[in-house]
Design a protein around this ligand. Structure first.
Ligand SMILES: Nc1ncnc2c1ncn2[C@@H]1O[C@H](COP(=O)(O)OP(=O)(O)OP(=O)(O)O)[C@@H](O)[C@H]1O
Ligand SMILES: [Mg+2]
Length: 229
């Protein structure tokens, strides 16, 4: 499909309408999200802030279809999540989304390089050499160009997180969801990763990021603050 960047920059890609979430257990039926609405366009860098327990991660999981709202709806390209089968929902995440969550979910029996190639299992097929080139480029960028053959168990927390960044961005997702992505990184690497996310958003990707770090706010173009209820 042809992607006209000028047209895309005016097009809303992700819409959440009146999202409510109540957990049955553990929270005595307390409502965590109380009518959150949000529209995200290509090029937006949405920063979600709020106190611990305010529902930031819950909202992010609902926005990417990993959790369902108690009421309300999320649309991607105009299609409501509630009409997607489990398979369609996971295909959407594989083809269109990139994830950087705080706890790195890497395959421990695969090398760093193999982990970064995983997003190419989805979507249009490209050649092995092109996959290799893209993976090496992004590993170089995150400072792990020489570490492709290592296994996750041998990496530090910050190195693991940089592998997660590389994997999230390698296949040019349309939306990147990041939950406290810089928690285990030092200042230099945090800013390096944020610069990369910013560059991707300027190229038309939408970024939705949860952070506690107010010094990173300058990277955002849109802001959503959640209050603990
Ligand atoms: N599966 C669950 N079952 C019951 N309660 C839950 C569940 N998941 C989250 N909660 C509760 O919902 C509230 C919001 O959780 P959430 O993880 O979204 O907060 P958060 O804003 O991301 O906090 P933090 O900044 O500490 O990561 C918390 O009170 C949490 O205990
Ligand atoms: Mg959280």
């Amino acid at each position: 499909m042809r992607r006209d960047s000028e047209f895309q920059s005016y097009r809303v890609v992700l819409i959440a309408t009146d999202i409510h979430k109540t957990f049955d257990s553990g929270n005595s039926g307390k409502e965590v999200l109380d009518g959150v609405s949000l529209a995200v366009s290509p090029g937006d860098f949405v920063m979600i802030t709020g106190t611990s327990g305010a529902g930031k991660s819950t909202l992010l999981h609902i926005l990417c279809g990993l959790d369902q709202p108690t009421s309300g709806e999320v649309f991607f390209d105009g299609n409501p999540y509630s009409t997607l089968s489990a398979g369609e929902s996971s295909r959407l995440r594989g083809e269109c989304f990139g994830f950087v969550f705080q706890t790195p979910h890497l395959l421990m029996d695969r090398t760093v390089f193999e982990n970064v190639t995983l997003p190419f299992c989805y979507g249009p097929k490209i050649t092995k050499s092109e996959i290799g080139r893209r993976c090496m480029d992004i590993l170089e960028y995150v400072g792990l160009g020489k570490d492709g053959g290592r296994y996750p168990a041998t990496l530090s927390g910050g190195e693991l997180q940089r592998v997660v960044f590389a994997r999230a961005l390698v296949r040019e997702p349309r939306v990147i969801f990041a939950d406290e992505p810089t928690g285990s990184l030092d200042r230099k690497n945090s800013l390096n990763m944020l610069d990369l996310l910013k560059k991707k958003s300027e190229q038309g990707c939408a970024v939705v990021m949860v952070t506690h770090d107010h010094s990173l706010k300058s990277y955002g173009t849109r802001f959503l603050s959640l209050d603990k209820r």
